[in-house]
Design a protein around this ligand. Structure first.
Ligand SMILES: *Cc1c(COP(=O)(O)O)cnc(C)c1O
Length: 421
């Protein structure tokens, strides 16, 4: 069971947001920081443990900086994500550049910033070397175990996945890089997404620590860091349970002792690239009911749409919905909760039992803190919503203003002339 609480009592929240134009995102600072700190505390036993926050989950400096202050790094996969982390004051050494299909300028900027370059393919060795005119002192490879592991729904089967270096290539990768004079080595993988079963993560640790041994035996390369990627899930549905991360940490420690310490390969820095687990449950999309309509089914039409939160339409994901002020009303009405796009997939929920909903009610979509606003888009010329932070002292800070029509028109011209580039 996961409790779908709101950061404040309904009445307090209603008062706090009464003048804020909907739709908007709300993040709960206190809950985010507690959760982030608890996670790193669980891995105190691990040498220089770090979580590289997956910037794509929530690329907002006001949130990123707060995580960096706790010691987090950043996991970046594009040039703007690198720049965003840099502008937040994060040193390059705490940036992991896990790219795929990487452009030359990204290798160059990552190198300039001193970010760790995590290569996605054996051919990227040459591409990177050509782009940089040298090899960096530190290199990491993303491993794809292929048929040795099963994947999960979002990330797919490793054999079908476009990511990473194969089992047959991985040893050569380290051998080649050692010959080229690289001094520090790491290994990364990501075989799960939104996974709630802790044993899956433990199995990944086992796989990576075993590979660490093999790389040492076959090439003499002693890895200095091993990165488990992102993918720890959150219970989107109230019936689901959180992953037992304490158990995961204990089991990984046991594996570390048996496979790394015992074989004299320690210390190895352990890291994750979690985004969803850190923020997901502590962000909300807040939206107002525009119309309640009765056709062949009953519809609640919101003033937001899948351009603001794409997960339900993209993956059929469940997002819990609260109706403010109706917490204690019986959930005896069944609705499809829709947005306003000209696209029938634009539904936040299908056949959802809710209390009776009226025009003007405020609906809160839960678990939207990660891969929520960030995945938004402009289809139907829908403008991107604002983001607010509910601070530790209970005030509401706007941390991203809503997009305006002028923002949206900025890349266009209306006089028939070419746009300036
Ligand atoms: C998306 C992604 C993450 C973060 O995934 P979460 O589900 O948010 O934990 C981490 N690393 C890489 C390489 C990713 O692509």
């Amino acid at each position: 069971m996961s409790l779908k609480n709101l950061p404040l009592e309904d009445k307090e929240l209603q008062d706090l947001i009464k003048d804020v134009p909907t739709p908007f995102y709300l993040y709960d600072e206190k809950a985010i920081l507690n959760n982030a700190q608890n996670f790193i505390d669980l891995f105190k036993w691990a040498p220089s443990f770090i979580n590289y926050f997956a910037v794509k989950a929530c690329p907002n400096p006001s949130i990123m900086k707060r995580l960096f202050d706790l010691g987090f790094g950043a996991d970046c996969s594009s040039l703007p994500e690198l720049e965003l982390s840099h502008k937040c004051g994060l040193p390059g050494a705490k940036m992991m550049m896990t790219s795929n299909d990487t452009p030359d300028e990204e290798f160059v900027r990552a190198y300039e910033l001193g970010a760790i370059i995590n290569l996605d393919d054996i051919t990227h060795i040459e591409a990177m070397e050509n782009a940089l005119g040298c090899v960096p002192d530190t290199i990491c490879f993303r491993y794809n175990p292929g048929p040795d592991r099963t994947g999960n729904v979002i990330i797919g089967n490793p054999v079908e996945a476009k990511y990473g270096v194969t089992k047959d290539q991985i040893i050569d990768c380290y051998r080649i890089m050692k010959e080229k004079g690289v001094k520090h080595f790491g290994l990364q993988t990501m075989v799960a997404s939104n996974e709630l079963d802790g044993d899956f993560i433990i199995e990944t640790a086992h796989m990576l620590f075993s590979l660490t041994n093999k790389i040492y035996q076959e090439t003499g390369v002693k890895l200095e860091f091993v990165d488990f990627g992102g993918g720890v899930g959150i219970p989107y549905q109230p019936e689901q349970n959180e992953m037992d991360v304490e158990y995961v940490s204990e089991q990984i420690k046991e594996l570390y002792d048996n496979l790394i310490v015992r074989n004299h390969l320690d210390p190895i820095q352990i890291s994750f690239e979690l985004g969803r687990y850190i923020l997901g449950p502590y962000g909300y999309l807040i939206s107002k009911v525009r119309h309640v309509t009765h056709k062949y089914k009953d519809y609640v039409g919101l003033d937001s749409c899948m351009a603001d939160l794409m997960r339900p339409a993209l993956y059929g994901s469940y997002h819990h919905i609260s109706v403010l002020g109706k917490k204690n009303d019986p959930k005896n009405k069944m609705y499809d909760v829709t947005g306003s796009l000209c696209e029938n997939n634009d539904k936040f929920a299908i056949d959802r039992m809710l209390p009776e909903v009226e025009r003007g009610d405020i609906l809160v979509l839960h678990d939207a803190g990660a891969h929520g606003h960030a995945m938004g888009f402009n289809y139907n010329a829908k403008l991107r919503p604002a983001e607010y932070l509910l601070t530790k002292d209970g005030t509401l800070n706007i941390i991203r203003r809503a997009q305006t029509m002028d923002d949206y028109f900025e890349t266009l011209r209306f006089d028939g002339a070419e746009v300036e580039v």
